[in-house]
Design a binder for this molecule. Sequence first.
Ligand SMILES: *Cc1c(COP(=O)(O)O)cnc(C)c1O
Length: 393
Amino acid sequence: MMTKWQSARLNRLGSAIFSEAAQWKQEALSRGLKLIDLGIGSPDGSPTAAVMQALQEGVGKSKHYGYPSSEGSLEFRSTVAQWYDHRFGVKLDPHKEVTALMGSQDGLAHLAMAVCNPGDRAIVPDPGYPIYGASLVLAGVEAYPVPLLAENGFLPDLDSIPQEVLDSSTFMLLNYPNNPVSAVADLSFFEKLVYLGFRHNLLLVHDIAYSELAFDDFCPPSILQVPGAKDIAVEFHSLSKSFNMAGCRIAFMVGNENVVAALKTLKSNIDYGVFGAVQEAGIAAMQEDIRDGIGKRNALVYQNRRDLVIDGLREWRWVVPRPKATMFLWASVPDERTSREFCRELAVNTGVIVIPGDAFGSYGEGYVRIALVQEEDMLKEAVDRMGRFIQRK
Ligand SMILES: *Cc1c(COP(=O)(O)O)cnc(C)c1O
């Protein structure tokens, strides 16, 4: 027998939806279809010229060719603090309350290892972004999933979580604006959470990757706007979606200084930080956002796409809620098929790739996630193909 050299935990890292979708793509291509990929949530836009210029200039500086530090340069952390103050009115100490990350994926993947012991418990949303569950598997932490249901506006029903679970869990993970369900939370929800966190000594971990991709007049709040929240909460922010920098791998975590210190300690054993030129590009993006609101401008692109797809699908009698934020639509499957059947058949019959909701957790069944990551004429074409497909059935 051949040894495979694969640990058992690899099998527990969650759904392999993106490799399954790759097979659907192959099948569609072999049938001569042209693909329109609305699957993976990777922004299709570019950073601004100033951001790319900062990166180019950074590459030419010889000081960046030694090891950086995993917490990020003081200049980067200070700019994060300025941006948080500008955007949320939250004051942060760049020495103690901010750390750089190689993408928020890096931080989310390692947080449980930094703050939990094997056998501990953490509360995570279902459906949820896949790394939340995977990071618990890596750390040997047990997940307590809380369903996000349409009838509750896709917020967790805090009263439904048993007291014993709240008392025995190390942290609770939240993500608003949310991927995949594209729901938003207001400050009063965060106030309730912070109260709950204090009562149960529960760390609140908020992933705010979509804070800048908000529409109409909605302005997503930070959990750290709640007075006292720093005693009990941390927040992950990413430059990937806000400023179209996903390929740069730059993000940060802010908030409770003990948790920041724990993650810094773990990461300083694992990596030596983000390339200095990339940090300078991140600084340029935050500064330009403070000056010119580039995040808001980027959001308008997605807002127009949102309206185009929702209005288009409505003409085919597929009614999809209009989200206040994110680059995703969370749509009920318009017929009797399961999420997976619907997505597979849509893919192989039309070439349009969307992701079945159950890939994000069992409470995602019955939904599909449509990522608005193509230009408008491609999205029009996708609406047309999807419309014909659901009519045919
Ligand atoms: C894209 C995404 C991230 C990861 O972003 P990076 O900073 O690029 O690693 C984190 N959380 C959610 C919910 C996301 O959608």
